[in-house]
Ligand binder design. Sequence first.
Ligand code: ADP
Length: 479
Amino acid sequence: MTVPIRWRLTLFNALVIGAILVVLGFALFFLLRQTLLSSVEDAARDRALAVARSVEIGEGLEESDGGLVLDDDLVDAIVFDGVFIVVRDAEGNVIAETVDLPAGREARDEVWRVALEAGRPAYGTVEFTDEGGPDYVYAVPVRPAEGGPARVVEAGKSYEQAAENVRALAFVLAFGIGVAFLLSVGGAYLLACAALSPVSAVVKAARRIAEGDLSKRLPVAHPKDEIGDLTTTINAMLSRLEGAFARLEEALARQHRFAADASHELRTPLTSINGYAQVLEEWGLKDPNFAPEGVAAIKRESERMKGLVENLLILTRGDEDISMNLERADVSQVAEEAVKAARAASGGKVGIEYEPPEDEIYALLDQERVRQALSILLDNAVKYTPVGGWVEVEVKDLGETVAVKVSDTGTGIPADALSHVFERFYRVDEAREDGGVGLGLSIARQIADAHEARIEVESEPDEGSTFTLLLPRKNRNLK
Ligand code: ADP
């Protein structure tokens, strides 16, 4: 069975505090008891010595009615707090006393005898009077100065009052310790509850999160304490997890969309090919006039499919992050090669101008891929620019980066479509016959990403577009 932490803390506290209180209580009790009892003994000793000195110099006793009595002033000064005095002769007979000794007690073999025989003070506990409780007695032998008879002075005091005080003290201590113990244990329990209450809140919240809501966060009551620190750390972990899950979900959705779009795009040319093959089968074999058209269509559609499949392959390879062949290359030369290829492919549909920089501009890049990206931008510029328009390519040194600008005087792109043109399978005008399938710019973006480069686009419908590839030089010293 596991005991909850709050009870374990309380129990531990109770044990420690209990032990401390008991030890302190006993120590205090014995110390005070000792002080109380020794105050009785000190009083008896001091008075015995004082009276003995008076008797020794002949001032303590005076004649009265044929006997001896203690001097009145001396008695007043001595017996005020319950101390009593007994003066005896050498045989132990009581000569004078301040207390009525019960019959038969006067001559008992008591402390006085020990003192007299030893010739020095003696003390002990004696049932001296009948007034209850033992008495402490201190006896001092006296040989008066003028050579008078030997005497012994006894001073005694009852322990009764001190014992009563000790009992009261024991009661107060026991009560005080009990109350202090209960208070501190109760306090410890409340403290443990208060300290652990954020934990309960955290556990509750964590359960809700475990049920699947990753957007929830644990409550942080006191950010600076240990539990606050723990929950802040867990919250940071949850944020990262949530981000990772969101990215994973997005990637999965993208993958899914990609597969669906790719199959859709592949189906269109396949359907055409299939249709033309059927026509050829049915008519072309009998009437050769049908053949050229059908064969041309099948060739065109299969070319289209080939292009599409190639692009899909490029994209998936890029997704798999295939390593690049980075080398120091002259960007203007790469751009010029792309321009030449575009000029040849355009067949003079539009004019393509190239403005080379004054000097060669070197950057770290994969030449093949950058050429491919520029070709995509150029192909688009040619494709979406009406006959007789212009395409201009410019390479510029911007210091940290090298910019390759491809501008055209074509159809332009509407503002709301600008942010989508780099998405896979996105086309502004789906119905356009001469358009591609919408993979070109996503491939260009992928190539740019692999170079930590950016592609910016500005466009004005019916005026033209400008795509700029911003390649980082990677090394300032590349000149
Ligand atoms: P596509 O194969 O259809 O050209 P892209 O990914 O290269 O696909 O381009 C996506 C869309 O962006 C194109 O369908 C087109 O509508 C638009 N676009 C791209 N470049 C240009 C341009 N230079 N001028 C006008 N529209 C463009």
